[in-house]
Design a protein around this ligand. Structure first.
Ligand code: DGY
Length: 315
């Protein structure tokens, strides 16, 4: 008999087919309201595994409906909407897919940094609107090469961002809980000091309570009127109202954002600014990376049901 698996977030169609061939699927992602409740009543007690991603809230209320759950296979790097201590307390394992997306997410950080400082979006509009022909050259922009990048959180993604920054001629320093023994990059124990040192601050740290509001008004003020903030981590890491004010008042020069406090409808005041480049939380959104993430999720499920060690355990 096929094991029962709850799908709270769908994988790619090809991977959903493989899932459906291997397991008896219960698609919570297709249900809402009373249908969702009915599905949880019926399938909740049967499912020992579920497929989720970072956009799904997994709290005690959901876990209460899943008394047989032993594995949450998460198809994303971030799991800040999941109550990990509660899952661990209940003996539920969590896997994620952070290794699969490092390069694409780091590429996006680089892209947002260069686009923000070189005003790529305005340049594109300038050509398309015919303003180039009518007015001549667009206003000058700001160099990146020869400047300093401050990486906030030197995990795998932070390191990949650091390598890219070095490749385009930036000096790199980082902030974290403690210095990493395996790097010579300058470590800053004080985030405000890193911001004051850097021309660009790139946020790559996980979301969650520990990092909430880390990029505060004083940090933005330390970054200064020539500085740029790039966030490919989680919206919660940045004090977004403070960021909006800093951009409006020119207390920092520009920002490049893939993540927001309110997704998928970021703050209207942010969307109106022209010194910020916005991307729809899609840094890992390439065919190749999403394939790898889905495959890693399938492999973790297969290992779990075969009684083998999980490939990418979180807890
Ligand atoms: C991740 O994998 O955490 C990305 O941000 C998508 O949620």
């Amino acid at each position: 008999m096929k094991p029962d698996v709850l799908v709270a977030y769908p994988l790619r169609p090809r991977h959903m087919e493989i899932l459906a061939d291997t397991y008896r699927l219960h698609r919570l992602d297709l249900t809402k309201g009373s249908e969702r409740e009915a599905l949880l009543d019926k399938a909740g007690p049967l499912c020992s595994a579920m497929v989720v991603n970072g956009h799904v809230t997994v709290d005690a209320a959901l876990l209460d409906r899943l008394p047989a759950l032993k594995l949450a296979a998460c198809s994303s790097a971030g799991f800040d909407l999941m109550d990990l201590p509660e899952m661990t307390r209940r003996g539920i394992r969590l896997t994620n897919t952070s290794d699969a997306l490092v390069d694409d997410v780091a590429d996006m950080a680089l892209l947002l940094m260069l686009a923000a400082r070189r005003r790529l979006v305005q340049g594109d509009a300038y050509v398309r609107s015919g303003e180039w022909g009518r007015k001549g050259m667009m206003p000058l922009t700001t160099s990146t090469s020869g400047k300093r990048a401050g990486i906030v959180g030197l995990g795998n993604i932070g390191r990949a961002v650091a390598r890219r920054c070095q490749a385009v001629g930036l000096e790199v320093g980082y902030f974290g809980r403690r210095p990493k023994p395996d790097t010579d990059l300058p470590f800053f124990a004080d985030l405000t000091k890193l911001a004051a040192w850097a021309d660009v601050l790139l946020v790559t740290t996980p979301g969650g309570a520990e990092t909430e509001g880390l990029i505060s008004a004083p940090v933005l003020d330390a970054l200064g009127p020539q500085g740029s903030l790039i966030n490919i981590a989680r919206g919660t890491v940045v004090d977004e109202p403070a960021l909006i004010r800093a951009l409006q008042e020119g207390r920092i020069a520009s920002a490049g954002l893939d993540v927001y406090l309110n997704e998928p409808n970021p703050a209207p005041a942010l969307v109106q600014l022209d010194n910020v480049v916005l991307y729809p939380h899609h840094a890992s959104g390439t065919e190749e990376t999403r394939d790898r993430m889905a495959q890693m999720t399938l492999d973790n499920l297969a290992a779990f049901f075969a009684g083998k060690p999980l490939l990418t355990p979180v807890n």
